[in-house]
Design a protein around this ligand. Structure first.
Ligand code: HAM
Length: 413
């Protein structure tokens, strides 16, 4: 029996890599003043039908539950966030700066960088319309990627503005009911043959292509980039009006992070969605909002592809998985004494391992080395003394069993 297509098994090495990503995500989000929250993995299908847009609805993992409810595994977090904020906003001072790490499900065609489940870091700011919040959010996205040892040579954040396109449609007398569809077509234009895009764009095709080619001018985007330049982050961003994002709810600034070499799919994406909370609360509450999500799949591929980032990950994992103490049971008669001390050492927070069954002393020292133990404690003929071996220097000393606990602190400091 194999796992379903697009679903991963996480063996210990995979789990270590995943947790490395999670720990950096969490660390940088907290460093920037974001607080963690979480929503449910299953939601009413209606939430996404109303809010996410056609593409995501086609990819829903949805079913009817035993209570005859139409439900879906979450494909993204933003509609849940809007629902939760609409229900609880009074309990919190604005602006909210919230982050979340969780698993998401999309019934996509499995391909490189796209699976049927993935993990995302979501960072959102709710209740702030000032453009300084957009700068802060993009700076956070850049800082998160930098925390993996990635530089401006490895990735770029492409910034755009949906208002640039809605202004463009208005100026060219395109009826408002066509805007949503046209934005979707522009979003896909880089991935589809030009003729197909031209057909879908219809009478505005030439104008859109000319604008995409010319790069498009936007004072709002220039100001945003200037805000990032002030923070020393100018080299990490580019204005690119071809980015419009596939999700329906964005209203203003939108952005996506890509690897510079153009080998992979988007690493992260987000933008402003100033109307979503009002729509979800039927107009009862209106709060500006913006956010982004970064997935673990493409990020993992990019880390593996960039030697510096890959080494930083391996070092962090190797250091994080080391144990402090390996207990060598040299004489089985001493096993009970050793176990009593193991229990106490673990209770004090040390990482301690030992052989579950009798083994040769040499094999036990080998295990100590493989597990990265800094100290080996040997329980044998010397009892009631214990032999302490510093695994780095090889130095050995004898200490009384009563001193084992107190001597560990200076030795492992
Ligand atoms: P999204 O662009 O759909 O945005 O997804 C964000 C990131 O999640 C993508 O850039 C990609 O790295 C990863 N991702 C998405 N789908 C898959 C997949 N099938 N397999 C692997 N990775 C995937 C959103 O989800 C928005 N809700 C982001 C947001 C938050 N906007 C405002 N706040």
């Amino acid at each position: 029996m194999q796992s379903l297509p697009g679903f991963r098994d996480f063996l210990p090495g995979d789990c270590a890599r995943r947790n490395y990503i999670f720990s950096r995500w969490r660390e940088v989000s907290r460093r920037c003043g974001f607080v963690e929250w979480e929503g449910p993995p299953l939601e009413p299908t209606e939430l996404y039908k109303k809010k996410s847009g056609a593409e995501i609805v086609e990819q829903l993992f949805n079913f009817t539950d035993k209570g005859e409810r139409e439900v879906a595994l979450r494909p993204e977090l933003t509609p849940t966030l809007a629902r939760v904020v609409a229900a609880h906003e009074r309990e919190f001072k604005k602006p909210l700066k919230w982050f979340s790490i969780g698993q998401f499900f999309r019934y996509e065609k499995q391909q490189r960088g796209r699976l049927r489940e993935h993990f995302q870091l979501n960072c959102d700011i709710i209740g702030e319309k000032d453009p300084g919040a957009d700068v802060e959010l993009i700076a956070l996205c850049i800082d998160v990627l930098r925390a993996f040892g990635l530089t401006e040579k490895d990735f770029v954040v492409r910034i755009s503005d949906r208002e640039f396109w809605t202004d463009f449609f208005r100026d060219n007398s395109v009826p408002a009911e066509r805007w949503g569809d046209l934005l979707q077509v522009i979003d896909k234009s880089a991935r589809e043959p030009r003729e197909k895009t031209a057909e879908k764009l219809g009478d505005v095709a030439d104008l859109v292509f000319a604008t995409l080619k010319g790069g498009g001018k936007s004072a709002k985007l220039e100001r945003l980039v200037a805000g990032l330049r002030v923070r020393g982050l100018g080299d990490f961003v580019e204005i690119d009006v071809a980015i419009v994002r596939g999700l329906a709810y964005y209203t203003g600034i939108v952005f996506e992070a890509f690897d510079r070499a153009g080998k992979f799919r988007a690493i992260a994406g987000g933008g402003r969605y100033d109307n979503l909370i009002a729509q979800l609360s039927d107009g009862a509450l209106s709060l500006p909002a913006l956010g982004f999500a970064m997935g673990d799949v493409v990020l993992g591929e990019l880390i593996n592809d960039i030697p510096g980032a890959r080494e930083a990950m391996h070092d962090a994992i190797a250091n994080g998985s080391k144990i402090d103490i390996y207990v060598v049971v040299a004489k089985e008669e001493r096993r009970a004494d050793a176990l009593a001390q193991i229990q106490e050492l673990r209770g004090r927070g040390y990482r301690v391992d030992y052989p579950l069954t009798p083994a040769k002393v040499a094999r036990q020292f080998q295990a100590a080395e493989e597990l990265g133990a800094r100290i080996a404690l040997l329980y044998g003929d010397e009892w009631p003394q214990v032999k302490v071996k510093d695994m780095t220097t090889g130095e050995q000393t004898l200490i009384s069993k009563n001193d084992v606990i107190s001597r560990m602190e200076p030795l492992l400091r």
